[in-house]
Design a protein around this ligand. Structure first.
Ligand SMILES: O=C(O)CCC(=O)C(=O)O
Length: 291
């Protein structure tokens, strides 16, 4: 599905944007689910809904009300929606992933990030694998744009080439904070590239790419689906922080009983207490015991 130039861009830059991959039908299916979830969130004051590890599935930004709903994250929408399973377990996005880390592909977990007008949620710069360490680096994050996305509505920003190293600590002293140090944040804020595009585009990003995003300062929503996949012979070194009902599901090719290792020393994360990683990064939500 990817041409040679697109494959080379992924190897060199650590990410590649592919336009118009998700069908209008699939896009509407997911957007309709989100509209329903936002409507439903109006009857809650605190995070709600249970996931496999007991944390809340629906994570609300501080200040959420029925008149101004601030649903900022849904953990593993594939657990509760066929519309999301349709896009993340089969179809063109999976074909594209096969081209980069295939032929055998395993689903790890997914989440939906929602930045509605008036919300303050931002994402501090981080790499993805430090949240879910694995035995090798054939591991990528699929980003599905559910709205047109640009600088104004809080697009994702990626530091080109950062997947080539170093692997940064995501600790501050003894505490796992899910982001890199302020010194590296500053470099990222200065030098990162915008991931901009239209609803239905996808971006495939290497697990060690530094990335983050500002708050939505526009009047347009910015909804983005995020999903982690690995090659089948890449094994997690710890239980997932955001476990899905189908973590480990083979979505292309076949399972492998071989484990492929890389050399090196890795720093394991701590399972944070908050319902989502925004709490670990220091952005409090509505949950009673936010970190
Ligand atoms: O929503 C964004 O802008 C970035 C998302 C992200 O990097 C994450 O949630 O890990």
């Amino acid at each position: 599905m990817l041409n040679q130039k697109q494959k080379e861009a992924y190897v060199k830059d650590g990410y590649v944007i592919l336009p118009n991959v998700i069908s209008t039908k699939d896009l509407y299916g997911m957007q309709n689910e989100i509209d329903k979830w936002i409507e439903e969130s109006k009857s809650y004051q605190d995070n709600y809904g249970k996931t496999k590890n007991g944390k809340a599935r629906f994570d609300l930004e501080k200040g959420h009300t029925a008149t101004q709903p601030k649903l900022r994250r849904v953990a593993n929408p594939t657990d509760i929606s066929e519309a999301f399973r349709n896009v993340l377990f089969r179809g063109p996005a999976i074909d594209a992933i096969v081209d980069l880390i295939g032929p055998d592909i395993k689903f790890h977990h997914c989440k939906l990030n929602i930045k509605l007008p008036g919300m303050e949620t931002r994402v501090d710069y981080h790499q993805d694998q430090p949240f879910d360490m694995h035995t090798n680096d054939d591991h990528l994050t699929l980003l599905v744009l559910l709205d047109d996305m640009n600088e104004e509505n809080g697009c994702l920003k990626v530091l080109k080439g950062s997947h080539l190293g170093p692997r940064y600590s995501h600790y501050d002293g003894d505490q796992f904070v899910g982001k890199v140090s302020e010194e590296i944040q500053q470099i990222c804020r200065r030098d990162s590239s915008n991931i901009e595009g239209s609803a239905g585009d996808i971006c495939l990003m290497h697990t060690w790419c530094l990335h983050g995003g500002k708050a939505n300062l526009s009047q347009k929503p910015r909804r983005m689906l995020i999903c982690d996949y690995t090659s089948a012979d890449n094994y997690p070194l710890m239980p997932p922080i955001v476990p899905a009902d189908e973590t480990g599901k083979i979505v292309a090719g076949k399972a492998s009983r071989n484990v492929r290792f890389r050399e090196g020393v890795l720093e394991l994360p701590e399972h944070y207490k908050s319902d989502s990683f925004f709490g670990a990064q220091g952005q409090k939500g509505t949950e009673k015991e936010a970190m």
